[in-house]
Ligand binder design. Structure first.
Ligand code: 13P
Length: 263
């Protein structure tokens, strides 16, 4: 037990998965595992980020869980409020539906949906102003890592949002470090490499805000039960953002257990 003062987060990012019947079975299996009462609320926050389409039904399903599991939006509009913006869901609409968490800046959004730093800044600003907590994702590509630019890229991504986050709003930000080359590839950063980057992120955050020392920094990229214990043992890894392995109730549960056990 490391006895870290930062409560870990384990969040499942379902991405564009699964079909309805599979989602229902997955949640039921996960809720059943939670009845073992091994993952105490104070030892680990839990969240699940389904598609926007499934967010409401997942939220209802999670309401009957023995312990809180927060529904998390995978994205939010860069437009605030309500209005004639076909296809968009604003931070205010999420909040109005008691959704309190949102992922922003995932590499898949940056890469496939051309989300630039300025678009992400609008999303961050709107989400924070609406009272949401953000899981802000950062991470370098393989090419950037091989060129020795990983640290610079990641710290720049943190600095980007610093221009729109007000001093007291840092408490509503969780950072997720997800090296792009480790996402969905089965390649995880070694615990040493991940810890080294997390320590750099923490040092960067503490230069920006006094809250940096107590902010949770999650790791994402092929996290699975087989590597979760080692990752969870690293002092600056305060949880996981889990893709593929969150689509299996038992795997996701084991990962959550690994992080809860560090408390
Ligand atoms: P995988 O766990 O499937 O590598 O995905 C990580 C991720 O992108 C979570 O947001």
């Amino acid at each position: 037990m490391s006895g870290s003062a930062i409560t870990p987060w384990v969040v499942g990012n379902w991405k564009m998965n699964p079909m309805q019947a599979d989602a229902k079975a997955l949640l039921q299996d996960f809720k059943k595992l939670l009845q073992n009462n091994e993952i105490k609320e104070q030892d680990c926050y839990l969240g699940i980020a389904p598609t926007m389409l499934a967010l409401g039904s997942v939220q209802s399903e999670l309401a009957s869980s023995v312990r809180p599991v927060y529904p998390v939006a995978q994205d939010v509009s860069r437009i605030a409020g309500t209005g004639a913006y076909t296809g968009e869901v604003s931070a205010e609409l999420l909040k109005d539906q008691q959704i309190d968490f949102v992922l922003i800046g995932h590499s898949e959004r940056r890469e496939f949906f051309a989300e630039t730093a300025s678009i992400l800044n609008e999303k961050v600003k709107n989400a924070l102003n609406a009272g949401l907590t953000i899981i802000y994702c950062v991470g370098e590509s393989l090419e950037q890592r091989e060129n020795g630019q990983a640290e610079q890229v990641v710290l720049q991504q943190i600095c980007d949002i610093a221009t729109v986050v007000q001093a007291e709003q840092w408490k509503n930000i969780v950072v997720a470090y997800e090296p792009i080359w480790a996402i969905g590839t089965g390649k995880t950063a070694s615990p040493e490499d991940a810890q080294a980057m997390h320590a750099k992120i923490r040092a960067g955050l503490t230069q920006i805000t006094p809250l940096g020392a107590s902010m949770a920094i999650l790791y994402g990229g092929s996290v699975k039960p087989e590597n979760a214990v080692e990752l969870a043992a690293c002092p600056d890894i305060n949880g996981a953002l889990v893709g593929g392995a969150s689509l299996n109730a038992e795997s996701f549960y084991k990962i959550a257990q690994a992080f809860a056990n560090t408390k």
